[in-house]
Design a protein around this ligand. Sequence first.
Ligand SMILES: *Cc1c(COP(=O)(O)O)cnc(C)c1O
Length: 351
Amino acid sequence: MSGWKDNVRVVEAYVPGDQPDYPDMVKINTNENPYPPSPKVMEAVKNIQDSKIKLYPNFNAQVLVSALSKYHHIDEDKIFVGVGSDDVLAMAFLTFFNSKKPVLFPNITYSFYKVWAGLYQIPYETPLLDENFRIKKEDYYKENGGVVIANPNAPTGICEGLDFIEDILQHNRDVVVIVDEAYVDFGGTSAKELIDKYDNLLVVQTFSKSRAMAGVRIGYCMGNKELIKAINTVKHSYNSYTMNYYSIVAGVASLSDKEYFDEKIKMVINTRERVKKELEELGFICTDSKTNFLFAKHKSVPAKEIFESLRSNGIFVRYFNQPIIDNYLRISIGTDEEMDRFLDFLRKYFK
Ligand SMILES: *Cc1c(COP(=O)(O)O)cnc(C)c1O
């Protein structure tokens, strides 16, 4: 008997980047931060009392919401916290995209959007980027059930300005517009300042990239308090205690160390600009990235060949075997030493 198989939910899952683990490898394939989180994070976690662990955590992660509120100068009731921004985005799709009209997001963007749409059976359409990988705003003027824009976009790294986001908002007053700002701290402009002007705007950010805490799983969104209330209600009908006590403590500690944060961001940006210049000297063409990765193609050698040679030498970058971007490499920004090993290899490879 296996009739139960007829009733299994059929979904097409997201495929995360490889997590290879070799001694001495250069792992620049999943956009993690090469630097550790602030030392204050480890200190705070070490000092956690067992008397706290035996209790349920606060169900709204109140101390973390409060720290984010102070950090961003946004009221507490306009902030929602989740288990990484993937959790926040999944919850937002579930909460806000219940129309029969299609949700719109670009054909080239974070590939999880279509997975959630599939999971929740939300119809969607994916307007094409233009030939320079820019989002065409006119494509988002038609009737739809919601809009999702990653800004900066992934994996192109390109960031649109606030006027662009505002234009999309003005043409979409009756649906929720999600702006996924996973990389915004590396030089982009946040749309958070528009949340009081547009009650349908949800801005999503994460501790995974700029705060070097991918393993801790903290993401959050900022928006009008009615939006936040709606997403909280859905969360409490699913799992009230998504945020564990360790993550809450670690997140608060990270926010308390702005000096360390600013310094590490500056280092990543400086390395990015240096590597970009050196790649261009080697014949690569890079997009104007405002993230912690570069998106590059070589003017004569196919990306797949370069990717495979790098890999067999213990240097892992990301290659997307899919139409339109299959001649590009996505190169996360590592430490200067890691990037020098990457560049040294390429210099020999192209000689
Ligand atoms: C990394 C990433 C996320 C998810 O990050 P979390 O680790 O779940 O916070 C979401 N959107 C984009 C565009 C990303 O690159």
